[in-house]
Design a protein around this ligand. Structure first.
Ligand SMILES: Cc1ncc(COP(=O)(O)O)c(C=O)c1O
Length: 404
C-alpha cells in the first residue's frame, strides 16, 4: 500500500509558507483586538451540563431550546434508521438521496405549518443560500433588516439583486425604502422571526400588511422561533396570529427541534421550483437518514409533550425578571424571549465577563463583531427547558459577581 507522507513545515512549498505567514499575521491582529476565536471541545453532555477538560459547567449557549437533542425518542429513531439505512444518504436528493424519511419529514413539516409542501436542506445556512439564490435576479430588489443573520446576508450578497438595508424592525424606514423601489420585477423583504442575537421578534403582522400593500414578498427566517414560540410551537407566525401561507417561511431543524437541517415551506410550485433551481439543494449530499428520522420523531414529541415549551417560557421569564431586578444591561425589550442578550459594549469587556462566568461554573461565551455590530459585544444567554429554576438563580448570582 502506498503511504502518504504529510509534509513537515519545512518541506511546505514556499507559496504555502507565504500563505501561512499571512494568515498568522491576520490571526495575531484578531488576538490584538480580542476577536480571535477558538474551539472549545465538549467531552460530555448531561442535560444542561457539559464537561470540558475535567470541568463541569452549566451551559447557557445551547440552541437546543426544548431539550430534544438527547430525547430518547430522537436517539432511538436515529439509531433504528441507521441500522436499517446506514448513515450517509449516499447521493444528492435528486439522485438516489431521497428516502422515505426525507419524504416523511417534508410532509410532516408542511403539515406542521399548514402549507402545501416543504423542502429540506442539509442546514439552515444552506436553506437561505439556496432559496434566496434561486429567487433573486438582477431585476429584483431585496430589503433586509440590519440585524439579519449572516446566512441571510451572505445569501443576499451572492445574488445580483439591488440590496437595501432597513433599520432593525423599523417599519417606517422600510416603507420609505419600498416606496422608492418601483422598477423592480420582484421586491422581497427579508427578516427573522425571533432575532438570533437580540431575542426580540419582528412585528410580523404589520410587516405582512406592509409587504402586501407594496405588492412585495416577505421571507421570514424563523430559526429561533420555530417549534418554540406560539401556543402550539408553530413559531413566530402563530405567536403573531398570521398564517404561514402569507409569506415564505424558512427555519432550521437544528435548534428547537434538536436535530439538524433547514427547511422552507410553501405552495407546491414554489417547492418544485426550488427542487430545480436551489443550488445548495441540487449539488450536495442529502441530509443523513438518521437525522431525518430523528427530526420526524421530534415533530411527534413536540405534539405529545407541550410542557417542554411551557417550562422553557417560564424559565425565560424568570431570567428576564431576575436580570431586570439586578439592573443588568438586558433591557426589557432586549430580553423578550428565551434568548437574553446582555450587551456589554467592548469586546475586551465581554470576553472578561465571559471568563469570570466560566470561573463561576457557567458557560456563555462572548459574542463579538462581526457576529454583532461593532460596540455591542455581549453575552447571549439562551435558556432551555432543561434548566431548573435553581440553575437560573445560579446564573444570576454568577452574573452579578462577574459583572461587578
Ligand atoms: C437566524 C438564523 N438563520 C439560519 C441559521 C443557520 O441554521 P443552521 O445552523 O441550521 O445552518 C442560524 C444559525 O445559527 C440562524 O441563527
Amino acid at each position: 500500500m502506498t503511504r502518504l507522507t504529510v509534509p513537515s513545515a519545512s518541506t511546505l512549498p514556499s507559496t504555502q509558507e507565504r500563505l501561512l505567514d499571512d494568515l498568522s499575521g491576520e490571526l495575531r491582529a484578531l488576538d490584538d483586538r480580542a476577536l480571535r476565536r477558538r474551539l472549545t471541545v465538549v467531552d460530555r453532555v448531561d442535560g444542561p451540563w457539559v464537561e470540558i477538560g475535567g470541568r463541569r459547567l452549566l451551559t447557557w449557549c445551547s440552541n437546543d431550546y426544548l431539550g430534544l437533542a438527547a430525547h430518547p425518542a430522537l436517539a432511538e429513531a436515529a439509531a433504528s434508521a441507521a441500522r436499517e439505512w446506514g448513515v450517509g444518504a449516499r447521493a444528492s436528493r435528486l439522485l438516489a438521496g431521497s428516502t422515505r424519511w426525507h419524504a416523511r419529514l417534508e410532509e410532516g413539516l408542511a403539515a406542521w405549518c399548514g402549507t402545501d409542501a416543504a423542502i429540506v436542506y442539509p442546514s439552515g445556512y444552506l436553506a437561505n443560500l439556496g432559496t434566496l439564490g434561486a429567487l433573486l435576479s438582477s431585476r429584483d430588489a431585496v430589503f433586509v433588516d440590519r440585524l439579519a443573520h449572516a446566512s441571510l446576508v451572505d445569501a443576499i450578497r451572492r445574488t445580483p439583486a439591488t440590496l437595501r438595508v432597513f433599520r432593525h424592525n423599523d417599519l417606517s424606514h422600510l416603507a420609505a425604502l419600498l416606496a422608492r423601489a418601483g422598477g423592480a420585477r420582484r421586491r422581497l423583504v427579508v427578516t427573522e422571526g425571533v432575532f438570533s442575537m437580540e431575542g426580540d421578534a419582528c412585528p410580523l403582522a404589520d410587516l405582512a400588511d406592509l409587504a402586501d400593500s407594496h405588492e412585495t414578498l416577505l421571507y421570514v427566517d424563523d430559526a429561533h422561533g420555530a417549534f418554540v414560540v406560539g401556543a402550539t410551537g408553530r413559531g413566530t407566525p402563530e405567536a403573531a396570529g398570521v398564517p404561514h401561507e402569507r409569506f415564505l417561511y424558512m427555519a432550521t431543524l437544528g435548534k428547537g427541534l434538536g436535530a439538524q437541517g433547514g427547511f422552507v415551506v410553501g405552495p407546491a410550485p414554489l417547492i418544485d421550483y426550488l427542487h430545480n433551481r436551489a443550488r445548495t439543494f441540487l449539488y450536495t449530499t442529502a441530509l443523513a437518514v438518521p437525522v431525518a428520522a430523528a427530526a420526524v420523531a421530534a415533530l411527534r414529541v413536540l405534539a405529545e409533550e407541550p410542557a417542554r415549551r411551557e417550562v422553557l417560557h417560564r424559565r425565560a421569564r424568570r431570567l428576564q425578571e431576575r436580570l431586570a431586578k439586578l439592573r443588568l444591561p438586558a433591557t426589557a425589550e432586549r430580553a423578550a424571549s428565551h434568548i437574553v442578550p446582555l450587551v456589554l459594549g467592548s469586546t475586551v469587556r465581554a470576553v472578561e465577563v465571559a471568563r469570570r462566568l466560566w470561573e463561576r461554573g457557567c458557560w456563555a461565551p462572548a459574542i463579538r463583531p462581526p457576529t454583532v455590530p461593532e460596540g455591542t459585544a455581549r453575552l447571549r444567554l439562551s435558556v432551555t427547558a432543561l434548566h431548573t429554576e435553581a440553575q437560573i438563580e445560579t446564573l444570576v448570582d454568577a452574573l452579578a459577581d462577574a459583572i461587578k
